[in-house]
Every structure is written in structure tokens, then in C-alpha cells.
Design a binder for this molecule. Structure first.
Ligand code: NOJ
Length: 550
């Protein structure tokens, strides 16, 4: 895990300084690794395993497509763009919170778990979205934000009334601040306890005072949450992305990764398993062993976990040209992921700066990290706009993370086809260049690259579910690996280096022909002689190789 210095994070080898908003803020300081324990409660299969195969796409509905000219993206707008998403080849959407909310934290402060924010539409539109998405083979996952609610949630309004009302214990109350967390989400301030005048007690909040923590030690809370999950699953929602699920139960000073928290996830998994074909991805920040522990035995906790160490390593490889950290991170996940569990690879999300800032503005760099993300053994999650290389914005409406939450750019007009009105936040720079219509006109654009890579992945079982075998002793700057599958193996060769060509020699499996085809371009690449493939690779080249056809 890279080290943090004053909100700036440095790559492991210290060569690269990357401004990193929330990751820097979410650092576990000195928290020992504690493997969650608890009974194995379920081994029910997770449907047909679609979550192991598809490419996921994260949508901030507020910034995706406005349908009614109020400058705010909405569900009807998203429905209008489903054909684009299906055409891109993604198979599942994660919608950031769309619930009613005062928006103190862009929706991560939920005021009603069974509704839709009026800015985005209503339940009827949501049902239509589900239907339209499913018709296009797109799964829909909701953000499950239950570590905390909004302070406007009726549960909190009731809880704060007195210490003996039916929901008195649904939040974490104390007569005086009951303890500090060893870890902290520093961008949300240093105070974790706020006095509530009405109740005359302090309540605990891992995030803003407007986001009081639910108290999962009261069994009624989990029961209510599981009921709510079932309500959405019954409607047809395909799963959830769980927000900070490692922070549910605190025992000061250890607020994260408590065994009681893990036991809650095993129970939530039971709720999901009651509905075939559903999946849940956990946003777990921490050391790899802490992250992978949330996959449980592979079938009793999360179906997937985000693997942020690999994201930082991808940034480092993409910008600096050295994939050593990436190779280590991937191998660690391969070795320690329980059978059935899946790690999720990201290049960015709503808490990070945009990839041209974290990786590079060089399209070749953005392409090679995308190739890596889409060929490594795990589930790729694309953050909306990443596929066209959206830049950071300038305006801040809620907090500085808005820089990576600006409207999707569909065309080169002033508001990029996002709205006919005034966008809720100023557009990012580069609208004329980094937009879908423009990039669709160029065969070598970043978007074209994403389209072909995703199509290739969707058509290639080895890339979706194949095993992983690193090629030993790759030259400096190169990560090479086989993905093996009964339907046919693939050899992925990624030259991240930025200075000069590199000669690569890789022993090929017996039976591989004298020529290999790069399936990304359809071109023959290098030559095979005496069972060894040799090629000269220019900087920032990524290849997905298969034996050339007869
Ligand atoms: C993690 C989310 O990714 C972030 O955006 C949010 O502010 C916090 N959790 C609080 O919900």
C-alpha cells in the first residue's frame, strides 16, 4: 500500500506523486489485519455466475444524461443511453445512490431506502429502467449505503427523540464521546461524535455529522436492512455495491474490519442467495488480506471485492512504465482469492481523480491500462466517461470529488449532449475532443479501443474466466501472462515501458503455431521459432495473442 503524506500519495517506489482524494482519506493507520471469523452460513450458488464474466460500468445518474432540461441527469436519460451501454459491450451497471437524500454527500446520505430521488424520477421510471436494461442483457446494481443514513432519515428523526423510543438504539449514542477510531476518513473532518441537543447525547458518525452511523448491534437494524434488500431484489434488481461495508460495527479504537461486521455480511449474503443470479460487490479499503477476507470462503460473503491496491499499481504502471507492483498485486490476489470469489479491477471511481490525471494524458497510456484492466483475472469496473478519457472538472458544488463527477460527454457541443439546460456543474475541459461522437469517428480513439477490447473479452472465455499464469522473467517494463481455459488459451503481453522498444521472448505452449495473432488489431505479431515467440514491442504496447488460424 503506498504511503500517504499530507493528502498526497506516493507510489511504492517513491518516484511518482499522485494526488489522491478519498483513498488518502481512507487510510487505515496501523490497524492490524484481523481475519473476520464467523459461521459459514450459506453455500448457495450465485446464479449463473454472470458476475464472473461481465464488464461492469459505474453510473453517476446525476451526470449521465438529462432528459428534461433541468440540467440534472435522470433515470429517463439513462434509459435513453442504454443502447450506447449495450453497444459498448458492458453487462452490468452500478448506479451510485438514486434514493431520496438531502445530498450532503451526493446521495451517500440516504433519507429513504425504498424510494427514488425526485431529481432522478420515481419508482415507476426505475422499474422501466430495470425492464429496459434487462431486455438489453444489462444487469442493474444499486448502491447499498447502510453504514449510515442521512440525519434526515425518519429513523434518525425518531431515534433522536428520546432514549426509550422504539428506534432509540438504531444509532450509536453515548453520553460522552465513547472512543476514537484508530482509522479515519479524514476528508470528513476529525470529529466522530456530535452532540444532539434534542436527545442530549452524542451520536457517532464515521463520515459527516449529517451521516449518523446505524447501530448494527441492534438486530432490528439488520433485519430492516435485509428486508429492504429483499424488496429491491424482489423488484428485479440484480445486486448491490456495498458502501464501506467493513465499517459497520465499531469497537473503539478498532472501527474497521470487526468480526461482527463480517458476520453481518454472511447474513446479507443469505438474503441475496434467496434470489437466483444476484451478486454483491464490496467496497473494501485496506491491505490485500483485509480486502480478500471479505470474500469469505468464496460463497458465503461478497461475490466480488474491489481491489484498490491493484488500481494504484495500474496507475503506477501506466504512468511510470514499471508493472512490478502490478504483477505482485495480481499474483497476490490470484494466490489468495478463495474459489468462487472475484476481485474487481478499477482505474478510477467517483472518489478518485480522472485517469488522465492519475495515469497520464497520453492516450497510449490510457489504452494500455485499459487493456490490462480488461484482461487481468477479475471483474473490470469502468467509471462512466473513462472510456472517452474524461478530464477532471474545475467546479466544486458538494466537495472536491466533484472534479471527477462532471457530466458525460456525448458530443462536442457546449453541454456535450448531456442537457438542453444548464448543467448542475460546469462541464470538464476538453468537451470538443473527449466525447463519444468525436471518438466514434476515429478508429484509433480510446473509445474504439474500449469497444474492441470489451468485445474481445466478451467473446473469449479465457479472458473472462481463465486461470492466470504469469510469464516468469519478463523484461523490465513488461507484464506477460497466460489466461488458460478449455476453450483456448490466450497470452497477454503488456509493455508499459515509456522509453524505447523492448525485445520479448516467451516460450509458447506446445501446439501453438508459427505465428501468433494479436486479437486486438487482428495483426500477426512477432514470430514463433523453436517453441519461443519473439517480438519487438514499442513503448506502451498491449497484445492479446492467440495462435493464428489455419
Ligand atoms: C464511500 C463512498 O465511495 C464515498 O463516495 C462516500 O462519501 C462514503 N463512502 C460515505 O458514504
Amino acid at each position: 500500500m503506498p504511503g500517504v503524506r499530507g493528502g498526497v500519495i506516493r507510489g511504492r517506489r517513491g518516484g511518482l506523486a499522485l494526488a489522491l482524494p478519498l483513498a488518502a482519506a481512507l487510510v487505515a493507520s496501523g490497524c492490524g489485519s484481523k481475519k473476520p471469523t464467523g459461521p459459514v452460513v450459506s453455500t448457495a450458488p450465485g446464479g449463473d455466475g454472470w458476475h464472473r464474466r461481465v464488464v461492469f460500468y459505474q453510473v453517476f445518474v446525476r451526470s449521465f444524461q438529462d432528459s428534461d432540461g433541468d440540467g440534472i441527469g435522470d433515470l429517463a436519460g439513462l434509459i435513453d443511453r442504454l443502447d450506447y451501454l449495450a453497444g459498448l459491450g458492458v453487462g452490468a451497471l452500478w448506479l451510485m445512490p438514486v434514493y431520496p437524500s438531502p445530498l450532503a454527500d451526493s446521495g451517500y446520505d440516504v433519507a429513504d431506502y425504498r424510494g427514488i430521488h425526485p431529481d432522478y424520477g420515481d419508482l415507476e421510471t426505475f422499474r422501466l429502467l430495470l425492464d429496459e436494461a434487462h431486455q438489453r442483457n444489462l444487469k442493474v446494481m444499486l448502491d447499498l449505503v447502510v453504514n449510515h443514513t442521512s440525519n434526515q432519515h425518519p429513523w434518525f428523526l425518531e431515534s433522536r427523540q428520546s432514549s426509550d423510543n422504539p428506534k432509540a438504539d438504531w444509532y450509536v449514542w453515548a453520553d460522552a464521546p465513547a472512543g476514537d477510531c484508530r482509522e479515519s476518513n479524514v476528508i470528513f473532518g476529525s470529529e466522530r461524535w456530535t452532540l444532539d441537543e434534542a436527545r442530549g447525547q452524542y451520536f457517532f458518525h464515521e463520515f459527516l455529522p449529517a451521516q449518523p452511523d446505524l447501530n448494527f448491534r441492534d438486530p432490528a437494524v439488520l433485519e430492516e436492512v435485509r428486508g429492504m434488500m429483499g424488496w429491491w431484489l424482489e423488484m428485479g434488481v440484480d445486486g448491490f455495491r456495498a458502501d464501506v461495508p467493513y465499517q459497520y460495527v465499531e469497537s473503539w479504537p478498532d472501527c474497521w474490519y470487526q468480526p461482527e461486521t463480517f458476520a453481518i455480511h454472511q447474513q446479507m449474503r443469505q438474503t441475496l442467495d434467496a434470489y437466483p443470479g444476484r451478486a454483491m460487490v464490496g467496497e473494501i479499503q485496506g491491505k490485500p488480506e483485509q480486502v480478500l477476507a471479505y470474500l469469505g470462503n468464496g460463497s458465503d460473503a461478497f461475490h466480488l471485492v474491489f481491489y484498490f491496491d491493484a488500481m494504484y499499481a495500474l496507475w503506477g504502471a501506466g504512468s511510470g512504465g514499471d508493472p512490478t507492483d502490478l504483477a505482485l498485486a495480481v499474483q497476490l490476489a490470484v494466490d489468495d482469492t478463495p474459489p468462487g470469489g472475484v476481485v474487481a479491477y478499477t482505474l478510477g471511481n467517483h472518489d478518485m481523480f480522472r485517469t488522465p490525471r492519475t495515469v497520464s494524458e497520453d492516450v497510449a497510456a490510457l489504452k494500455i491500462v485499459a487493456t490490462a484492466q480488461l484482461t487481468l483475472p477479475g471483474a473490470p469496473f469502468i467509471y462512466y466517461g473513462e472510456e472517452v478519457g474524461l478530464l477532471n472538472g474545475q467546479e466544486v458544488v458538494v466537495d472536491f470529488r466533484d472534479q471527477a463527477r462532471t457530466p458525460m460527454q456525448w458530443d462536442g457541443s457546449g453541454t456535450a449532449g448531456f442537457t438542453k439546460g444548464t448543467p448542475w456543474i460546469a462541464m470538464a475541459d476538453g468537451v470538443k475532443t473527449f466525447n463519444v461522437a468525436e471518438e466514434d469517428r476515429h478508429r484509433d480513439s480510446l473509445l474504439a479501443h474500449y469497444r474492441s477490447l470489451i468485445a474481445l473479452r466478451n467473446a473469449t472465455p479465457a479472458l473472462q474466466e481463465g486461470s492466470y499464469e504469469a510469464v516468469a522473467a519478463s523484461p523490465l517494463g513488461v507484464l506477460a501472462f497466460f489466461r488458460r481455459h478449455d476453450a483456448g488459451d490466450r497470452l497477454v503481453v503488456l509493455h508499459f515501458g515509456v522509453e524505447g522498444d523492448v525485445i520479448v521472448e516467451i516460450p509458447t505452449p506446445s501446439g501453438w503455431a508459427t505465428a501468433l495473432t494479436d486479437e486486438v488489431t487482428g495483426q500477426t505479431s512477432g514470430e514463433v521459432r523453436d517453441g519461443v515467440w519473439r517480438a519487438t514491442l514499442p513503448p506502451r504496447t498491449g497484445l492479446v495473442l492467440a495462435p493464428a488460424g489455419p
